[in-house]
Ligand binder design. Structure first.
Ligand code: ADP
Length: 918
C-alpha cells in the first residue's frame, strides 16, 4: 500500500525513465523539418557522416537524436511508415540494453530499426534475433529496404547457406537470424581448425525479438552439437589380434647395464597409473605385425607422424587386455561392457571409458563395438547471449518475468505505452465444475461469434488440446482452420487471414508467431494476386486494387462493429505471460476486441493449486450444476496459483543455470585457449611450458619434492626417460660424483635434456614448418579431452543428487569435482601434446605438413554431426535428417487410422507422428 502511494506521488521508475526519454523525443521531432528538406542522397550522406563521427570518438548516445531522426525520415521515404513517438521510446530503451515491452501490433519490427541503425554505426555488427527462419528472412527483407536506403548492408544468416555466405552475412552491418543459428555458429566457430573457417566476428550487440520465448521458455534445454564417431570397428578388432603376439617384459631393467630383466619383452605395465609402454623391441615387433596386417607401409615406424592414431589404438588394446579385468573393472551384461566403480563396486551403467579404451575392451570381450555418440559442444541460450557486449530484447509480455530478466541477465524491463490505447475487454474467467460443461460453454460462445460474423481465435497450449477442440467443432458443424507451429511461412499466411469475418481459427500458442491479425484480413495478401499478375495492364490493376480496398474497408468496419477479434481459451497456461500473449493477439493499435477463458475444476492447474479454494467458494455460493462461477476473486486465485508455478519454474531454470555456469566458465577458458592457439604466430612458449609441466610431474614420481637421495629412484627415472621419451640421461654417475645435488637440480637437468631433445628436432625441420603441426596437435588434444570432459560433467551432474544422502551440498560437490576434472583435462592435454611432439620422428618439412593436413582433415570429419535445439515447446528436438519422422511420407503411402502405427516406421502412433495436425 505504502509503495503504491509513493508511486503515485513520485511516479514509478518506469514513468521516470519514459519522462527522460520523452525529452529526447522532443529533440528528435525538432530535427524532422530539417531532415525533410534533404535529398535522398544527402540523407544517405548522413550515414557516412555519423560513421565518421563515431569513429572519431563521439558516443552513440550523443548521436542518438540525429540518428533516430534520420531513420524516421528514411522510413517515411522508403517504406511509407513514420515511426510513432512510442516507437522512439521503445528504440531508446533497446539502445540502452533493456527489454522493451510493447504489445502485439505496436510495430516492434520497425521499432528495432532505430537502435539497430544507431549501433551499426560502430561497424562492429548488430545481430537481430528472431524465433524462426521465416521471420528472419521476412524482417531482413522488409526492413532491408530502409537499411539499404540509408546505405547500410544487411545479411541473413540461415542454416542452409554455405560457409562463405554465412561469413558475408556476419560481415554485413546488420545481421538477421535465429537464436539457434547464432548459437550453433558460435559453437562451430570454436571447433574449426583454421581462422579462415570462422563465420562470426565478435558478439557486439544483439536485439532479441520475442525475448521471453528465447530467454525463458527455451532456456531449459541447451543447444547441443553431437557426433557419432566414425566406425573404427575394424581397427579395434585388428589391434585386438596384435596384442597376443606381444609379450610382457618382466623384471626391472637397469637402464645402463640392462640387467635385472628376467624376461625381455615388448611392453611394460604400470599398474599404478594404468599405463603401458612399448619397449624398443616392442616397437620393432609391432611394426612388423602391423606391416603384415597391411596397416602400415613397409619400413614405416610407429613414430611417424601419420601413425599417431595407430599407436593410440595399439595402446588402448594393450591396456584393455592387460590392465582391465573382467568382474573387477567391468562386467559384461547383456552384450555390453558396464564399468564397475572401483571404490563402491557400483555398476556405472551408461558410462563409457574414453580414448577408445571402451571399444578396445568390447573387442577383447567379443561384444558389439558401439560407435559412441558424443556431445561435441553445447551451450544454453542464457550463456550464449550473455556473451554479447550489449543485449536487449522486445516482446509483448515481459513484465511478469521482469524479475528473472533482471536477476539472470541484468536486463531491465521498460513498459512502453501503446500508440493507441487498446479497446480490448478481458472478461473474467468462467469456471465450471466439469470439463464437459466447460467445453460446451466454449463451443456455444464460438457458435455465437460465428453466427454474428465475428472472427474467433481459439488459443490452446498444446497440440492435444487443439485436437479436442478440432473434434468438438467438427461435431458442432462449425467450419474452422487448425494451426500448430511447424510451417512458419504458410502459417503466417493463414494467421494473417484470421481476422476475417466469421473465421474460426484454432492455434497453439506458437503458431504464426510474429504475425499480425488484422481485422478484416490482411490487405496486402488480398491485393497481391492482382498486383503480381503480369498479364494485367496497369490501369486494370489499379482499378481492381481500388475495388479490393473498398471491399476490405467494408469488411474491416464490419468486424470492428462486431467487437473485433474474440479470443477464447479453454485452459490457463502455467504462466500468466503465455495467457497474456494469447490475449495480446486481439485489440492491436486501438482495435476493439475481447477475451474469455473457460475453465473447470478438473484442469490440472486448478486441481493442483487453486481447486480447493475455488471449490469452497462455489460451495458457499451454492452453485447449481451446469452453471459457472465468474468472479474477480476466482480469477485472482488462479493468478496466484500461476504465480506459484512461475516461481517454481524460475527456481528450476536458476538451478540449471547454476550448474551450467560451472561448465560455462570452463568452456570460456577452453575456447579462449583455442582462439589464442589459432591466432598465434608462434606456439613456442605454450609448448615449452606444457613440456616443463609434464617433465616436472614425471620426475616427481621418481624424485619426490624435498626428498633426500635415499628416497630417489634414479634408475627408474632414467629408464622411463629412455624408453618412453627417447632421452638418454646419465644421472646416476653424476649423482655419485657429487655430494650436493638436490632434487631441484635433477628437475633442472631433466628439463634441460628435454628442451635440448626438442630443440634439436625443431631445428632439423625449421620452426615455421613445425608450427602448423604443433597447432593441430594442440587443438586436437584440447578438443578430444574437452569432449570427454563434457561427458564426465554430464555424468557427474546426473549422479550428484545421490550425494544428498551423505549430507553434502550437491551443488558445492559438483563444483568441486568439476574443478578437479578440469584439472585432469589440462593435465591430459599437457601430457598428450608433449608426448606426441617429443616422440614424433620427422624426416622432412613436407612429410610433417602432410601429416598435419591429414590430422586436420581427420579431426574435421571424425563425426557424423547432428544438431539439437529446444523445440518450440522448450524441449530438446533432434534435427536429424535421417530421422524418418522428420521426412515427409513418400507419395502413395497407404492411409492408416489415427491410432495405428505410423507408416514411417517411427514406432509411434500415426496421430502422434505424421498424422499430427498440420
Ligand atoms: P509487432 O511485432 O509489434 O506485433 P509488427 O512489427 O509485426 O508488430 O507490426 C505490425 C504492423 O504495424 C505491421 O503491419 C507494420 O507495417 C505496422 N506498423 C508498425 N509501425 C508502423 C508505423 N509507424 N506506421 C505505420 N504502420 C506501422
Amino acid at each position: 500500500m505504502a509503495s503504491n502511494i509513493l508511486t503515485s506521488i513520485f511516479g514509478s521508475r518506469n514513468d521516470r525513465l519514459l519522462k527522460t526519454y520523452r525529452k529526447t523525443i522532443e529533440r528528435i521531432n525538432a530535427l524532422e523539418p530539417q531532415y525533410e528538406l534533404l535529398t535522398d542522397d544527402e540523407l544517405r550522406g548522413k550515414t557516412a557522416e555519423f560513421k565518421g563521427r563515431v569513429g572519431a570518438g563521439e558516443t552513440l548516445d550523443a548521436i542518438l537524436p540525429e540518428a533516430f531522426a534520420l531513420v524516421r525520415e528514411g522510413s517515411k521515404r522508403s517504406m511509407k511508415m513514420r515511426h510513432f513517438d512510442v516507437q522512439m521510446l521503445g528504440g531508446m530503451s533497446l539502445h540502452h540494453g533493456k527489454i522493451s515491452e510493447m504489445g502485439t501490433g505496436e510495430g516492434k519490427t520497425l521499432t528495432s530499426t532505430l537502435p539497430v541503425f544507431l549501433n551499426a554505426l560502430t561497424g562492429k555488427g548488430v545481430h537481430v534475433v528472431t524465433v524462426n527462419d521465416y521471420l528472419a528472412s521476412r524482417d531482413a527483407r522488409w526492413m532491408g529496404r530502409l537499411y539499404s536506403f540509408l546505405g547500410m548492408t544487411v545479411g541473413i544468416n540461415l542454416p542452409s547457406v554455405s560457409r562463405e555466405e554465412k561469413q558475408a552475412a556476419y560481415q554485413a552491418d546488420i545481421t538477421y537470424g535465429t537464436n539457434n543459428e547464432y548459437g550453433f555458429d558460435y559453437l562451430r566457430d570454436n571447433m574449426v581448425y583454421e581462422v579462415a573457417d570462422r563465420v562470426q566476428r565478435g558478439l557486439n550487440f544483439a536485439i532479441i525479438d520475442e525475448v521471453d520465448s528465447i530467454l525463458i521458455d527455451e532456456a531449459r534445454t541447451p543447444l547441443i552439437i553431437s557426433g557419432q564417431a566414425e566406425d573404427n570397428t575394424e581397427m579395434y578388432l585388428a589391434m585386438n589380434k596384435v596384442v597376443p603376439t606381444l609379450t610382457l617384459q618382466e623384471g626391472e631393467a637397469d637402464p645402463r647395464t640392462g640387467e635385472g630383466v628376467t624376461k625381455p619383452g615388448d611392453f611394460t605395465l604400470d599398474e599404478k597409473t594404468q599405463q603401458v609402454f612399448l619397449t624398443e623391441q616392442g616397437h620393432e615387433n609391432a611394426e612388423g605385425i602391423l606391416y603384415k596386417l597391411g596397416l602400415i607401409p613397409e619400413g614405416a615406424t610407429l613414430y611417424d607422424p601419420s601413425n599417431i592414431s595407430l599407436v593410440h589404438h595399439l595402446y588402448a588394446a594393450l591396456r584393455a587386455n592387460h590392465l582391465y579385468h573382467r568382474d573387477q573393472h567391468y562386467v559384461v551384461q547383456d552384450g555390453e561392457i558396464v564399468i564397475v566403480d572401483e571404490f563402491t563396486g557400483r555398476l556405472m551403467s551408461g558410462r563409457r571409458w574414453s580414448d577408445g579404451l571402451h571399444q578396445a575392451v568390447e573387442a577383447k570381450e567379443g561384444v558389439a563395438i558401439q560407435a559412441e555418440n558424443q556431445t561435441l559442444a553445447s551451450i544454453t541460450f542464457q550463456n550464449y547471449f550473455r556473451l554479447y557486449a550489449k543485449l536487449s530484447g522486445m516482446t509483448g509480455t515481459a513484465d511478469t518475468e521482469a524479475y528473472e530478466f533482471a536477476e539472470i541477465y541484468g536486463l531491465e524491463t521498460t513498459v512502453i505505452p501503446p500508440n493507441r490505447k487498446s479497446q480490448r475487454g478481458d472478461q473474467l474467467d468462467r469456471v465450471y465444475k466439469t470439463t464437459k460443461e466447460k467445453y460446451d460453454a466454449a463451443i456455444t460462445d464460438i457458435r455465437e461469434c460465428y453466427e454474428r460474423g465475428q472472427p474467433v481465435l481459439v488459443g490452446t497450449t498444446s497440440i492435444e488440446n487443439s485436437e479436442i477442440i478440432d473434434e468438438l467443432l467438427i461435431k458442432a458443424n462449425l467450419p474452422h482452420q487448425v494451426l500448430n507451429a511447424k510451417q512458419h511461412a504458410r502459417e503466417a499466411d493463414i494467421i494473417a487471414q484470421a481476422g476475417r469475418s466469421g473465421m474460426i481459427t484454432i492455434a497453439t500458442n506458437m503458431a504464426g508467431r510474429g504475425t499480425d491479425i488484422v481485422l478484416g484480413g490482411n490487405l496486402e495478401k488480398l491485393t497481391e494476386p492482382v498486383t503480381s499478375d503480369e498479364s494485367l495492364d496497369e490501369a486494370v490493376k489499379a482499378a481492381e486494387v481500388v475495388k479490393l480496398k473498398e471491399q476490405w474497408s467494408a469488411e474491416h468496419e464490419k468486424v470492428k462493429a462486431l467487437g473485433g477479434l474474440r479470443i477464447i481459451a479453454t485452459e490457463r497456461h502455467e504462466s500468466r505471460r503465455i495467457d497474456n500473449q494469447l490475449r495480446g493477439r486481439s485489440g492491436r493499435q486501438g482495435d476493439p476486441g475481447s477475451s474469455r477463458f473457460y475453465l473447470s475444476l478438473d484442469d490440472p492447474l486448478m486441481r493442483i493449486f487453486a481447486g480447493d479454494r475455488v471449490k469452497s467458494i462455489m460451495d458457499r455460493l451454492k452453485m447449481p450444476e451446469g452453471e459457472a462461477i465468474e468472479a474477480g476473486i476466482v480469477t485472482r486465485s488462479i493468478e496466484s496459483a500461476q504465480r506459484k508455478v512461475e516461481a517454481r519454474n524460475f527456481d528450476t531454470r536458476k538451478q540449471l543455470l547454476e550448474y551450467d555456469d560451472v561448465a560455462n566458465d570452463q568452456r570460456k577458458v577452453i575456447y579462449q585457449q583455442r582462439n589464442d592457439i589459432m591466432d598465434a604466430s608462434s606456439l613456442r612458449e605454450q609448448i615449452s611450458s606444457l613440456r616443463e609441466g609434464c617433465f616436472i610431474d614425471l620426475t616427481r614420481q621418481y624424485v619426490p619434492f624435498e626428498s633426500v637421495e635415499e628416497q630417489w629412484d634414479i634408475a627408474g627415472l632414467e629408464r622411463v626417460l629412455r624408453d618412453e621419451w627417447q632421452i638418454v640421461l646419465e644421472l646416476a654417475d653424476e649423482i655419485e660424483g657429487s655430494s650436493v645435488i638436490t632434487d631441484e637440480d635433477i628437475l633442472e637437468k631433466v628439463d634441460k635434456a628435454a628442451n635440448a631433445a626438442f630443440d634439436a628436432k625443431v631445428a632439423a625441420i625449421g620452426e615455421e614448418n613445425f608450427l602448423q603441426f604443433e597447432r593441430i596437435v594442440l587443438l586436437q588434444s584440447i578438443d578430444t579431452h574437452w569432449r570427454e570432459h563434457l561427458s564426465s560433467l554430464d555424468y557427474l551432474r546426473k549422479g550428484i543428487h545421490l550425494r544428498g544422502y551423505a549430507q553434502k551440498q550437491p551443488k558445492q560437490e559438483y563444483k568441486r569435482e568439476a574443478f578437479e576434472l578440469f584439472g585432469q583435462l589440462l593435465d591430459s592435454v599437457k601430457n598428450d601434446v608433449t608426448k606426441i611432439l617429443m616422440t614424433v620422428k620427422v624426416q622432412s618439412a613436407d612429410e610433417l605438413g602432410q601429416a598435419a593436413a591429414a590430422m586436420e582433415n581427420r579431426a574435421e570429419n571424425m563425426f557424423n554431426v547432428s544438431y539439437s535445439a529446444p523445440n518450440e515447446d522448450g524441449d530438446a528436438q533432434i534435427q536429424d535428417e535421417d530421422d524418418p519422422r522428420q521426412k515427409p511420407l513418400p507419395v502413395g503411402t497407404p492411409t492408416v487410422g489415427r491410432n495405428e502405427a505410423c507408416p514411417c516406421g517411427s514406432g509411434k502412433k500415426f496421430k502422434q507422428c505424421h498424422g499430427k495436425l498440420n
